[in-house]
Design a protein around this ligand. Structure first.
Ligand code: F0G
Length: 355
């Protein structure tokens, strides 16, 4: 058996690490690329649809790819504490990797607007959690001001090591498929991840590992779609709290990924996001969080416009695990049936169903 040692070890030659870099890893990466089996229910054209399930990372989101790099470099540079603004997943990941590295983590989050599982993660891993009466954009502004004054290592995706780690997801997709997909679809929030994937694809192309580049498709929530509208959104709002961002830090990276690949960045409504979210869980057996489903919601929307061709391979990144946000899952599902603790009461309920 060959143990997967994490993405820094696996893709070391593509990453800015040296023998002196202490690798802080939770064996992240190597996540499944799952072929959709009911794509025909929702997509007009006969495409090959895949989910890159990043919820299978150790802290339950793609952030672990960037965080193994950012925390390893922070330790190499003797940082005592790291800091980030977050809609939840970055804080969960930063808290986990900092705990492992035995350095401090400070996380600044919008009060009441992060999913419960993510808050629980940051707390149990021992981060200092500061909730502000504002949104992610306010939190990021404060973090930027703090790092200008104090000696914290910032581990938001403005930190170039985050992008370096996250680009390995593109490498994995190519290694798993044997080529780049024709289209790669993903949610866009602070825009670091689309920037990272595009960098990864270009590097693999430059190395001759793939013969063609994919077309990048990014999707923002309609109430938080600054790149689509080409202007910051002062009060972003969406059920997909992970991407509730009005002024993305990697705006220009996302625009470059779109334009260089001949792709699109479009908006999807909360209703479209939730319906894709339910489809992925109830028909494909994969539980992702609402923001993740923006990728499929966008693919469905484009398919209705006749965008794809028969046989196109389309990969949707499912960025985070559904267990992080149980409230939305419970609200959108049929409620459990309550009966007394005897077999006849249970059989009564089952009548007309399967017996
Ligand atoms: N999906 C999930 C589940 C996320 O948590 C995020 C971002 C995104 C998509 C968008 O990725 O920002 O690189 O465009 N979450 C950040 C956070 C902002 O703080 O956890 P992006």
């Amino acid at each position: 058996m060959v143990l997967w040692k994490g993405l820094i070890e696996h893709y070391r030659e593509y990453l800015p690490v040296t023998v002196n870099t202490p690798v802080i890893s939770l064996n992240e990466g190597n996540t499944p690329l799952i072929r959709a089996c009911h794509a025909n229910d929702i997509i007009t054209e006969d495409i090959e649809l895949y989910f890159k399930f990043e919820g299978a990372n150790p802290s339950g989101s793609f952030k672990d790819r960037g965080m193994t790099m950012a925390i390893s470099k922070a330790v190499e540079e003797n940082s005592r504490a790291v800091i980030c603004a977050s809609t939840g997943n970055t804080s969960a990941s930063a808290a986990a990797y900092s705990a492992r590295a035995r350095i401090g983590a400070i996380v600044i989050i919008p009060e009441g607007k992060i999913a419960m599982g993510k808050l629980a993660q940051a707390m149990i891993h021992g981060a200092m959690v500061i909730q502000i009466n504002g949104n992610f954009d306010d939190a990021l502004r404060i973090v930027k001001e703090l790092v200008a004054r104090h000696k914290f290592a910032m581990v938001n995706s403005i930190n170039p090591y985050r992008i370096e780690g996250q680009k390995t997801a593109a490498f994995e997709v190519c290694d798993q498929l044997g080529s780049a997909p024709v289209y790669h679809a993903m949610p866009v929030g602070n825009a670091g991840n689309i920037t990272a994937y595009w960098k990864g694809y270009k590097e693999y192309f430059g190395q001759g590992k793939i013969k063609a580049l994919p077309t990048m498709l990014g999707f923002q929530a309609a109430g938080a779609a600054p790149i689509v509208r080409d202007a910051p959104v002062p009060d972003p709002e969406t059920v997909a709290t992970a991407i509730r961002i009005g002024n993305p830090a990697s705006w220009s990276g996302a625009v470059a990924a779109r334009d260089e690949s001949g792709g699109r960045i479009e908006a999807v409504t909360d209703q479209e996001i939730l319906s894709a979210y339910k489809f992925i869980a109830s028909k494909e057996g994969v539980f992702c969080e609402p923001a993740s489903a923006a990728s499929l919601a966008g693919v469905i929307k484009l398919s209705h416009e006749g965008f794809f061709k028969k046989g196109d391979s389309v990969v949707c990144t499912l960025t985070g695990h559904g267990l992080k946000d149980p409230d939305n899952a419970i609200q959108l599902s049929e409620q459990p049936i309550k009966v007394s603790a005897d077999i006849s009461a249970v059989e009564e309920v089952l009548k007309g169903c399967c017996i």
